[in-house]
Design a protein around this ligand. Structure first.
Ligand SMILES: [Mg+2]
Length: 122
């Protein structure tokens, strides 16, 4: 069974690009366009193995999203990668403090992203 990855980003271009890169590696991909949609997709799918989340999004930003995911005991251990244009130390620190496993700054190298995904999926 291919691992299932949820990509949460309000940019359609980023969603499509990241999904393309992941699918090429054989992963199953679901996308969501903001944090609220991301929660809904996570709950509906029930079998998400890893989440890649943007920070700046309408309705629910990525930090609030991560907080909500981690508050649900079912998802305390699900690997989360932040993929954001916000690359200041305070942003990275906040993302990691909220429970993200890794913080990647856009634009991310596809090879590096795949490497990180595979590492977190162990
Ligand atoms: Mg965004």
């Amino acid at each position: 069974m291919p691992k299932h990855i949820l990509v949460v980003d309000d940019s359609k271009t980023v969603r499509n690009l990241v999904a393309f890169i992941l699918k090429k590696e054989g992963f199953r991909v679901t996308t969501a366009e903001d944090g609220l949609d991301g929660l809904e997709q996570l709950y509906n799918a029930g079998d998400v193995d890893l989440i890649i989340a943007d920070v700046n999004m309408p309705r629910m930003d990525g930090f609030t999203y991560i907080k909500n995911v981690r508050e649900n005991e079912k998802y305390v251990d699900i690997p989360i990668i932040v993929l954001s244009t916000e690359g200041q130390d305070k942003d990275i620190q906040q993302g990691l403090n909220l429970g993200a496993n890794l913080y990647m700054v856009k634009p991310a190298q596809p090879e590096k992203m795949i490497k990180n995904v595979k590492m977190l999926l162990g």
